[in-house]
Design a protein around this ligand. Structure first.
Ligand SMILES: [Mg+2]
Length: 377
């Protein structure tokens, strides 16, 4: 039986989004974001947008693989699906491509957008409601010399940001990382929040304990993924040995990972990213497990465009357990496909009361930034 909510076609559009300045983290330097956009069309004529932004170091997915997974398996599988049946749809897609959460994420986001637009409801309402008020984000500082990082942090503080996130992660010299963190603390003073993301860079618990001990006086909000993502036991050891607040990022992708992190006492916080979880539906499960275990969450980003950033903001807005938010992609791109920048004012973000993701995607911008285009119907 057909319904007005059935998916009748999927467009798959890889794009390259230039960054304003190169982004440097422990394992890579980026000048562009490579995203794969999807646009679903329902029988009722409503469309929904989604985005996959792969990071091979995190999920093992390259842009080429995401494109192939979408074209060969995932997009054909959603043709004919009733978009309102999101749980069934995501379970089916996850079964088809269990190790491709980033590819699944774009379709999950597009299904939520299309259902919201069809019903006149914002995605945050589909996810459980919205706390009043605006959301606050931090700005990120790339790895550099301590003085240069302190200068970059001061620039962000001058632009109105009250929390700064530092990228570090030098296994050969964790004390140099500590001097980066301390230099920034010294520069910005004690009233600015500092987060530290090591991106697995300290590799082992012994090195992480050195880095954390040497930077203890900076009193940071958390140390994110200090060691190799495959070592959750080690993460628990670091947490126990230092007493420092620890966030799991690369180590925690699926609801099963969140459960294991909770059982091991490996983290105070979990960084949820839609590209790791396979979209909003599984992200809700991760947040529910974390909440039950007394673990706070952050909604993070792979430096995504307006589309996936909007989805992350709707998630953060709908869940009271979300303590931190990083949705800086729209502030880092020189070009975007949507208009989400109008939601941002310094470090405050206010979501509009509009259906679906609430953004307008500019077709001409998509055409200009597209490197290919496929249609599955
Ligand atoms: Mg991280």
């Amino acid at each position: 039986m057909t319904t007005p909510f059935d998916v009748i076609s999927v467009e798959i559009i890889p794009v390259r989004l230039p960054l304003i300045e190169p982004f440097v983290i422990a394992y890579a330097t980026y000048t562009h974001t490579e995203s794969i956009l999807v646009r679903l069309t329902l029988r009722n004529g409503v469309t929904g947008w989604g985005e996959s932004t792969p990071d091979e170091a995190v999920t093992g997915e390259t842009p080429e693989r995401v494109l192939a997974d979408l074209c060969d398996a995932l997009a054909p599988a959603v043709i004919g699906v009733d978009a309102r049946r999101i749980d069934a749809a995501i379970n089916q897609l996850t079964t088809l491509r269990r190790s491709s959460p980033t590819a699944v994420a774009s379709l999950d986001i597009a299904l939520h957008d299309a259902v919201g637009r069809s019903c006149g409801l914002p995605v945050w309402a589909l996810l459980g409601g919205r706390s009043p008020g605006s959301l606050t984000i931090s700005r990120v500082v790339s790895i550099a010399a301590p003085g240069a990082m302190a200068e970059a942090a001061l620039r962000h503080v001058a632009a109105g940001f009250r929390t700064i996130k530092l990228k570090v992660g030098d296994a050969a010299d964790p004390e140099l990382d500590a001097s980066r963190i301390l230099a920034v603390r010294e520069a910005v003073g004690n009233n600015i929040g500092l987060k530290v993301d090591v991106n697995q860079g300290w590799r082992t618990p012994a090195i992480a304990i050195r880095g954390i001990t040497a930077s203890r006086d900076a009193r940071v909000d958390y140390y994110e993924q200090p060691i190799d993502r495959r070592d959750l036991d080690g993460l628990a050891k670091v947490r126990q040995a230092t007493g420092a607040p620890i966030m799991a990022d690369e180590a925690c992708q699926s609801p099963a990972d969140a459960l294991r992190a909770a059982q091991l006492g490996a983290a105070d916080f979990i960084n949820i990213k839609l590209m790791k979880s396979g979209g909003l539906h599984n992200a809700i499960a991760i947040d529910a497990i974390a909440h039950t275990a007394g673990i706070g969450t952050q909604v993070g980003t792979m430096v995504e465009s307006s589309i996936a950033s909007a989805a992350g903001l709707h998630l953060a807005s709908a869940r009271s357990n979300v303590r931190f938010l990083e949705m800086g992609g729209p502030l880092m791109h020189a070009d975007d496909v949507g208009d989400i920048r109008s939601w941002y004012h310094h470090d405050q973000i206010t979501l509009p009361d509009a259906p679906g993701l609430g953004i307008t995607v500019d077709d001409q911008q998509v055409d200009r930034l597209a490197v290919d285009r496929k249609v599955v119907a």
